[in-house]
Ligand binder design. Sequence first.
Ligand code: UT7
Length: 337
Amino acid sequence: MISTRPNIGVRLAGTGSHLPENRLTNADLTKLMETNDEWIVQRTGIRERRKIDRAKGESTATLAAGALKNALAAARLNATDLDLIICATMTPEMECPATACVVSALVGAGHCGAFDLNAACSGFIFGMNTAHDLIKGGAYRTIAVIGADTLTELMDYSNNGRGTAIIFGDGAGAAIFRATDDTTKGILAQGMHADGEGWKEIYVPHEERDFPKGIACDTSKYGYVQMNGASVFKFAVGTFPELIQQTLDKANLTPDKIDMYVCHQSNARILGAARERFGIPEDRLYVNIDRYGNTVGASVPLCLDELVRAGRIKDGMKVMFLGFGGGLTWGSSLWQM
Ligand code: UT7
């Protein structure tokens, strides 16, 4: 990798997460639509997900702020130590201001920079790569990257939406990255990709012009995620192994040299297929989709936080982060911790 300041390394200083308490189990879903636990578990691996409670004031920003507070505590930092907050989300608090600005106010981060990044399920990966290279460039020393999403707000919990509504859940995770004199730490290889032609595979229509050519406008779909599940599944199963191989090749490493794979939790079957293809042992590719479903931008940092807290990601390890989803987007970030 070319770096403008080769004498600066980047380290992970702390992680945190925050989940709504309210659980939406597969049994709960059977009361809302024609579905069953067996179908959901077999097709996705999901048993329950979390759902925000608007009446309690929960939102993307409150989840994000909760995750950031926990990450700051783990890093033993104050909010005013942050130079920048990047919030990866496709379900922002509102159109303006950026959710990152609301979060900054909630945690008391003063005048640090704050902006949102929307790359759907790849958002946190794109955020990590951005934060790393901004620190490496020398202009920022401490950056918080948050992945926060509340997709349950965009679900049609009727039979019409059952193919999509069963997979998504709410949550937030955060990580703080800092400059270090240890130049061995930081990204060894990364990639950020998109195929804009694939936007029509996952979108949220709000008016007639939002529907792709050939799809009739249907006002009952306004405000709900429209996902071509089978097509996204095919894209993910093909792209995921390709992305792992490309990232390994860039770093000149073999799959067994990676201590942990931290992947977007989209579907347990997609993760299982990639694991088998590369002969990755089960304990090196983390799966928590059974407990949280697909939390979009939050899924990678939620896994990261659980792994760090369990002592399964430590200094000195090589960790590969992978994401793919709406856009269509896909990306990777391979770290020397
Ligand atoms: O993170 C963002 C990226 N998103 C993804 O990675 C999602 C990728 N896609 C998937 O994970 C899968 O496509 C889903 C889990 C969303 C759907 O699984 P599938 O195996 O692709 O199901 P399908 O949509 O092809 O539907 C198969 C059958 C259909 O019935 P028929 O036509 O075969 O009789 C559906 O009507 O299953 C039926 N079905 C359901 N049955 C029970 C669809 N949804 C449900 C449901 N419960 N919730």
